[in-house]
Design a protein around this ligand. Structure first.
Ligand code: F6P
Length: 551
């Protein structure tokens, strides 16, 4: 089988039927019973990948479930699909492209030939150029048009050209150059650009215009406005010292007026949402330097190797995918929450939303027929402990089942002691993570409440049903290498869920129609033209908007 051959829906396999029978046995079994009957559960139901240790003991599975799920993955040809992707076969079938983000993190000594061409050599040629450039900016040898050193980098991009570098720069804040700050602009709402430029001096600001296609309206609009901001203050000749581009489209970059010598390229086999290891990571390398960026890529490669070689039974991304698929398709879980107990990972849920939902938000199979399984779940989240005081109430006592990923780290980048000598603030953070997963799993029974003397009429309100599943991903610290591992873990989880759903995780046709219509409507909204062929509601809003705008 190849990844491009048409396979039947997973529901056609005998393994699906077996899993369905098994679901009947386990659906009502409580995690209290599972832990009570199996004292080794908490130690045994863990898996490691690189520095990541994943505890999945608080999952709604017993010792028979995983083998059944793995058998289903094998029946779906997961290993073959994985190998096709890693080899560079055109697994993005609707665009006839490979999805070779894993090549971005191969060591220079590796070789990977696609259509007779060694892509690893290309990758390292660009990485070397990025390293030379970022060394110059970081050391102050790269000067702005007036001879002053660069103190702020502004990345202009959206989607995959924004969310990855934004999330990683924030997460690796403690590793960042102390005299170089990085800001991000993505939204075409001018408030975003104006806020990012607030307090900046054009003479000390460098813009990275990041766009795979270099045709994205938001990015080009923001970049054009930023260009005027620079040239208005420093003159046309300043563009070369204050703008660099990251793209696959050299012609469009040149058309925009950025010197191709200041462009860092990547390739159409890198999907936007999988591009953080490519030149799209330039703001990250500017912030943390070439060495730490190398550690970040090495971390990704560690998990790529694990995904490629570990048996499915102990393959961390496969396991996470199987659990996600299990909850979505058997327990009707429509969403899943990612709750990092690390404030620096505040942007991780938004990053994962694009990764997972743009990849797997599909409703046709590879052969174009409708799916009969539940595909991409809705991913969302917030860092703990903030979320505890916002939406955890619904996680604990609501009517919906929301599987949770907790993320925790043993050592914080910096810690503060508690004044009473009872440990540190980070100890409090970790205690909260541990408490939440316990409460979700085990809840509080009416008997517990009665034993605690709770008034009878309050007991129904205070009962916590428990049996709400979570997975806990732990690592020693939030280092560049660990963050790389974490991203690759989720990338391969998303891919695996796509294989189980028999869909193409690498296209995003659903986004295109909105882009086209926005361009058409801009003619009416921006000028005084007519919004031709639109519905009466749109027409009325265009009139309302123009009347207020034009006074
Ligand atoms: O939202 C659709 C999308 O095509 C994403 O897949 C991509 O990450 C984003 O737009 C930005 O595209 P580009 O990097 O080409 O500007």
């Amino acid at each position: 089988m190849t990844a491009t051959s048409v396979s039947p829906s997973i529901t056609a396999f005998l393994e699906w039927q077996r899993l369905q029978d098994h679901y009947g046995d386990i659906a009502s079994v409580h995690l209290r019973e599972l832990f009570g009957a199996d004292p080794r559960r908490g130690r045994d139901l863990t898996v490691t990948a690189g520095d990541l240790s994943i505890d999945y003991s608080m999952s709604r599975i017993d010792r028979d479930t995983l083998p059944l799920l793995v058998a289903l993955a094998r029946a779906a040809g997961l290993e073959d699909h994985r190998d096709c992707m890693l080899r560079g076969n055109p697994v993005n079938t609707t665009e006839n492209r490979p999805a070779l983000h894993t090549a971005l993190r191969l060591p220079a000594s590796a070789e990977l030939s696609v259509d007779g061409h060694d892509v690893v050599a290309d990758v390292h040629r660009v990485l070397d150029r990025m390293a030379t450039f970022t060394d110059r900016v970081r050391s102050g040898r790269w000067r702005g048009a007036t001879g002053r050193r660069i103190t702020t980098v502004v990345n202009i991009g959206i989607g995959g050209s924004d969310l990855g570098p934004r999330m990683v720069c924030q997460a690796l804040r403690p590793y960042s150059h102390p005299e170089l700050s990085v800001r991000f602009v993505s939204n075409v709402d001018p408030a975003d650009l104006l806020a990012a430029l607030d307090g900046l001096d054009p003479a000390t600001t460098l813009f990275v215009v990041a766009s795979k296609t270099f045709t994205t309206i938001e990015t080009l609009t923001n970049a054009t406005a930023a260009r005027s901001w620079v040239t208005g203050a420093l003159g046309e000749d300043a563009v070369d010292r204050h703008f660099v581009a990251v793209s696959t489209n050299a012609a469009k970059v040149a058309e925009f007026g950025i010197d191709p010598a200041n462009m860092f390229e990547f390739w159409d086999w890198v999907g936007g949402r999988y591009s953080i290891g490519s030149a799209i990571g330039l703001p990250v390398m500017l912030a943390i330097g070439r060495g730490a960026f190398g550690d970040f890529l090495a971390g990704m490669h560690t998990v790529d190797r694990h995904f490629a070689t570990a048996p499915l039974e102990s393959n961390a991304p496969v396991l996470l995918a199987l659990l996600g698929f299990w909850y979505a398709n058997f327990f009707d879980a429509e969403t899943r929450a990612v709750l990092p107990y690390a404030n620096d990972l505040a942007a991780l849920p938004a990053y994962l939303q694009q990764l997972a939902m743009e990849s797997n938000g599909k409703s046709v199979q590879l052969n174009g027929t409708p799916t009969d399984v539940s595909t991409g779940a809705i991913w969302w989240g917030e860092p703990g402990t903030n979320g505890q005081h916002a939406f955890y109430q619904l996680l604990h006592q609501g009517t919906r089942l929301v599987p949770v990923d907790f993320l925790g780290f043993a050592a914080p980048a910096a810690d503060l002691p508690l004044s009473d000598g009872s440990g540190s603030m980070h100890d409090v953070l970790v205690s909260n993570l541990l408490a939440q997963r316990r409460v979700l799993a085990f809840g509080r029974t009416p008997a517990d409440l009665a034993a605690d003397g709770i008034r009878e009429d309050l007991i129904p309100h205070k009962v916590m049903a428990g049996n709400r599943p979570s997975t806990t991903i732990l690592a020693p610290e939030l280092s560049p290498g660990v963050l790389g591992q974490l991203i690759a873990l989720y990338e391969h989880q998303v891919f695996t869920e796509g294989v189980l759903s028999n869909i193409n995780s690498f296209d995003q046709w659903g986004v295109e129609l909105g882009k086209d219509q926005a361009l058409q409507l801009h003619r009416a909204v921006g000028g005084d033209g007519v919004a031709e062929g639109v519905d009466s509601s749109t027409e009325a809003i265009v009139q309302w908007y123009r009347a207020i705008r034009d006074g």
